[in-house]
Design a protein around this ligand. Structure first.
Ligand code: FES
Length: 145
């Protein structure tokens, strides 16, 4: 039911942990399943995401999507990171079973939350970034994904 890539990222998640004094940190949850994901970004003066770490208290798909999401945003610019949608993460993982698609939304929202925190701390506006929600269960209900 899960692709080999999902199983690999679940069994050997990349970039697990925390960053001390991160440039931005974002935490999102899904009240329906109780899962929580936190992402830490280290962003340099040129706006390049130099390091990413995550902690996910959640299902296997949430762990695999956070791991893949961190790999996809590492070394990227902020604008490029905004293009890492849940669909992009799912594609990179060779898909997720339909009942697990919502788990990948946590990864997208955690990226946005970490970038939002970075923008707040630096008093800047990141074009195209909307204020993230803390509980994606609200978002998942009124969005097609
Ligand atoms: Fe909650 Fe997967 S079941 S994130």
């Amino acid at each position: 039911m899960y692709s080999e890539k999902v199983m690999d990222h679940f069994n050997n998640p990349r970039n697990v942990g925390e960053i001390e004094n991160p440039s931005g940190v974002g935490t999102v949850g899904n009240a329906k399943c109780g899962d929580i994901m936190r992402m830490y970004f280290d962003i340099d003066k040129q706006g390049i995401i130099r390091d990413v770490k995550f902690k996910t208290f959640g299902c296997g798909a949430a762990v695999a999507t956070s791991s893949m999401a961190t790999e996809l945003v590492k070394g990227k610019t902020i604008q490029e990171a905004l293009e890492v949608t849940n669909k992009a993460v799912m594609e990179a993982l060779d898909g997720l079973p339909p009942v697990k698609v919502h788990c990948s939304l946590l990864a997208e929202e955690a990226i946005h939350a970490a970038l939002w925190d970075y923008a707040q701390k630096n008093h800047i506006v990141i074009e195209g970034l909307k204020e993230p929600v803390n509980d994606i269960a609200e978002k998942a209900e009124d969005e097609e994904y």
